[in-house]
Design a protein around this ligand. Structure first.
Ligand SMILES: [Zn+2]
Length: 56
């Protein structure tokens, strides 16, 4: 799984004018899943299901 930082660099995702992360392919806002046991938030595209880890 890629980190959001790397995905932004690779243009897999982009930030919209509201600073939200969007999937570059689907142009959908990524959903955020916060797991209190994990050290990162999970960002998931609701369209293609690609997951990214967002390090806190
Ligand atoms: Zn997508």
């Amino acid at each position: 799984m890629k980190s959001t930082r790397k995905a932004l660099r690779d243009d897999d995702i982009f930030k919209d004018t509201y600073e939200r992360l969007n999937c570059a392919d689907c142009e959908k806002v990524l959903k955020t899943t916060t797991d209190s046991n994990a050290v990162f938030d999970l960002r998931t595209c609701p369209e293609c299901g690609t997951e990214y880890k967002d390090l806190r």
